[in-house]
Design a protein around this ligand. Sequence first.
Ligand SMILES: *Cc1c(COP(=O)(O)O)cnc(C)c1O
Length: 414
Amino acid sequence: MKDKNKNFHYPENPKQIKFPIYAGQLSGRNLFPAVTHFISAKRTTLAEKLEKRYGKGIELTSSGSAALVLALAFSGAGPGKEVIFSSFSCPNVIDAVLQSGASPVFANLDDDLSLSFEDVKNKVSERTCAVILTHVYGRKENMKLIEWAKEKRIRVIDDAAQAMFTKQAGTFAGGLGDFGILSFGPSKPLSSIGGGALIARKEVLEKNGRLPMEQRKQVNADYYAYMRQQRIQVLMRSRTLSFLLRKMGVQTSMKTSKLEVLPKTPATVPLLRMHPVRQAMIEYQLSKMERLVKDSSRNLETAKCIFAQAEELYGIKMIQPQEGESLNYLTIVFPHEGQRYDCSAYLAAKGIQTCWNYLPLHLIPLYQPYSRQEDEHSLWKRVLSLPFKPPLGTEQVKYIAETVLAYAEQKNKK
Ligand SMILES: *Cc1c(COP(=O)(O)O)cnc(C)c1O
């Protein structure tokens, strides 16, 4: 890894970003009702709402990772056991497996980005206790794999941190397996201050004692960190203000992805119950999601038309949502490696933030010891995620997609 930037990082932090990849939802007008809840969060019904949505029991946790560690414990994960999942994912997944004490086993994805049933069958052993489905970019998973696992008495953990609004087999993602995971972190479909949920049969959850409650001051800290980020985004959207800030020599820059800093040690998370104030804020946002999901999918439709042209002319493909899928990223796939670095540098200069999801876990030095295979997928070197979520509207998404076309055009001329 000599030249980190060119190998797998997006270009240096763009300094003037007008189009951030992660949407803001707690900002502006929307903030005030949330603050009202914030002050009088005596009783929330978030757990009940989610129980209805999935027809199962819900344990609200301080983070999605905490829910995943719990699901793994319920699945019998521990020393001497193995857990199978894709390495094309964020470090949270492998860190949770390591925290459980089990050994991570990587399996490939199929072309539609679902976990490969074939490869899981290659990797299964008598030590396998669970398979984690991660719904890459919000995509659906393979139902045959789930049925097979059931017969084999291998637990299926349906990690819907990236896919809370994707529907499959008559249920929202998270409801497919023995256990489901939701995350309410800022980069997730319901972008909030953080928090998580474990979905499981009520009898299973009841067997576990109550978790200790997280501290209120942690909720406050997460809230203020989130609002700070939101305020920066609002400032950046204002032309006059960003001009003034530039004149004063203030650079609004954003740290945008976990790719930027490679983990040196696996993270361990505390296993805590969600504070009612956090619940109240997430519940408020959940009530607003229908509209946001609709606007996001309309924005994807807008991009689709422009990328149809990009595919025909330059071979740049957009990952299209299939029936029932609500994607968490607008991701394009370049025909050649190296184009994504060029293109993300080109876009950064125009104020458009991008994200390289994901650097495969088995290529991160910390997790290399768990790699048993060659890197069979070249996909990771060719994918680039673009901003598309509200508050961005049709015009802005059009501009972003057309800027990618402009990049391809000038590149082709050379
Ligand atoms: C983000 C994420 C998690 C962890 O959620 P946190 O709330 O950030 O702890 C777990 N699994 C997947 C697939 C994720 O994307």
